[in-house]
Design a protein around this ligand. Structure first.
Ligand code: GLU
Length: 317
């Protein structure tokens, strides 16, 4: 454990409020907390509620569940939906540098278009990139009353070479980028922009999250560079697999604290299971979250997924 003095920087957990957290989410949150706290960082919480329709009180339940397993954070949880001004200001900065253009393409048009000369598979083909003012006006009229989306004009060097980053779990990574969406036609700011702006605004210099998000990281690093923001340290941690070998999901049965407590499995049992899954506890042991801070060594974290089986749960009863 790094006890070298006062707090420096921050780590965070940033759940999307789309229902109860399952064991995979809780395990990622625990790892993010352990990474931050054992490196002398503050730990912050952010509710990623840009798509507000999804939150039907689930943010409060998520925070209660995180507390129940012993995860704590500094200050109030930040609400991403309250950061609209900062998101708009970042888009304005990109626009002022000539890095934003309107896009009226539908998903179907993008799929049907031939790919760009240097484009990676699935990359935006650049259809709306070089339209004249008159063409753009006509395109806007064609889709009315819908509004155009805003895309980033990714600099050529990024489109050709992709973006590399170092990951504490996955090692050296490089991934393709494209003219990503900054703001959807309905006005919703894109996840990639919001995450970059919000992390920088709250002093986050360590991002620990599920490795399903590793492919988004090159785009986020590109945005950080274009906005003049620092790039945090990254650790993408392995996902939890369910009994069928696919990524754990709520359809796999009792995988949330709420379902488990109904069968007599309490938050301490869940914490013990998660601790065993990262090699920080032995069978039958019930260490507190703060005891895990003494045991955690990020250097030995495996990049292999962990498979959850209901038999692994040990209750007191
Ligand atoms: N809100 C995202 C999720 O729940 C996580 C975003 C991040 O950690 O950057 O999957």
């Amino acid at each position: 454990m790094d006890n070298s003095g006062s707090l420096r920087g921050a780590g965070r957990y940033a759940p999307t409020p789309s229902g109860d957290l399952h064991l995979g989410n809780l395990r990622t949150a625990l790892l993010a907390w352990l990474f931050a706290r054992t490196s002398g960082r503050a730990f912050l919480m952010r509710i990623e509620d840009l798509d507000r329709a999804r939150d039907a009180g689930s943010a409060e339940q998520q925070l209660a569940d995180l507390s129940a397993i012993g995860i704590d954070w500094v200050g109030e949880a930040m609400r991403q939906s309250a950061q609209a001004e900062a998101h708009a200001a970042a888009i304005e900065r990109l626009r002022a540098s000539g890095l934003v253009y309107e896009c009226t393409c539908t998903r179907r048009e993008i799929q049907a278009a031939p790919s760009a000369p240097h484009g990676a598979p699935g990359a935006y083909p650049g259809t709306c990139r070089e339209l004249s003012d008159a063409e753009r006006r006509a395109a806007r009229q064609r889709i009315a009353p819908r509004h155009p989306a805003l895309r980033l004009r990714a600099p050529e060097e990024y489109l050709r070479g992709g973006v590399a980053f170092h990951d504490r779990v996955l090692g050296e990574r490089r991934g393709d980028v494209d003219d990503l969406v900054l703001q959807r036609g309905d006005g919703t700011v894109a996840y990639n922009l919001a995450v970059v702006v919000d992390d920088a605004a709250s002093g986050v210099d360590q991002v620990v999250r599920g490795d399903d998000l590793a492919p988004s990281t090159p785009r986020q690093v590109m945005l950080q560079r274009l906005l003049g923001l620092p790039t945090p340290e990254y650790a993408h941690v392995p996902l939890v697999l369910g009994p069928t070998g696919a990524r754990l999901a709520k359809r796999d049965g009792a995988v949330t604290l709420r379902d488990l407590s109904a069968s007599g499995i309490g938050p301490e049992d869940v914490l013990a299971l998660l601790a065993r899954s990262v090699g920080l506890a032995r069978s039958g042991e019930r260490p507190s979250a703060s005891a895990l801070l003494e045991r955690f060594d990020p250097a030995v974290l495996s990049s292999a997924p962990w498979t959850f089986s209901p038999d692994a749960l040990e209750s007191d009863g």
